[in-house]
Design a protein. Structure first.
Length: 159
């Protein structure tokens, strides 16, 4: 049985999710008409709901401007900051506006475009299949791969 280290929720004020590679397996299906689709895990929908029940706000922070990101955010009831070119600057501005200390932020990212934002927060976390640079700097690397229930695993680690 896995004795995963718990993350104390009393220290968290916000959870930030990258989209591709966290909520998805980082692949995209492109149709001939240009529409795109991705695979997500229904387990993450439950994980998001469980975390909402613990009273922790959550947002999606994505460089993408694709309608699929917006549709998933709407489906799971999360605010989204999309089309973000500089995640570090956007996260800093968001936290200043909401008066959230960066040390109280948990950020799950999977690739080098998340690195600078993840360096700012108190709880940088990576999916199992994240880029080696991200895994090396993360406080915790989850057992779950992107798109396979990362958020559901996180929900079980919050106490």
């Amino acid at each position: 049985m896995n004795k995963a280290k718990k993350i104390p929720i009393q220290q968290l004020r916000l959870i930030v999710y990258d989209f591709d590679g966290v909520m998805t397996d980082n692949r995209v299906l492109t149709m001939e008409d240009g529409r795109e689709g991705v695979w997500v895990s229904r387990a993450d929908g439950l994980g998001i709901e469980l975390i909402k029940n613990k009273g922790i706000p959550q947002i999606i922070l994505s460089t993408e401007t694709n309608k699929v990101v917006k549709a998933r955010a709407k489906k799971v009831g999360l605010p989204i900051l999309m089309g973000v070119k500089d995640k570090r600057a956007t996260l800093t501005q968001y936290c200043q506006k909401k008066r959230l200390p960066l040390s109280s932020i948990l950020y799950i990212g999977n690739d080098v475009n998340d690195l600078e934002a993840m360096k700012l927060v108190g709880f940088p976390i990576a999916p199992a299949d994240a880029h080696p640079t991200i895994c090396k700097m993360a406080n915790k690397v989850l057992q779950t791969r992107g798109g396979e229930g990362v958020i559901r695993e996180l929900a079980d680690l919050l106490n």
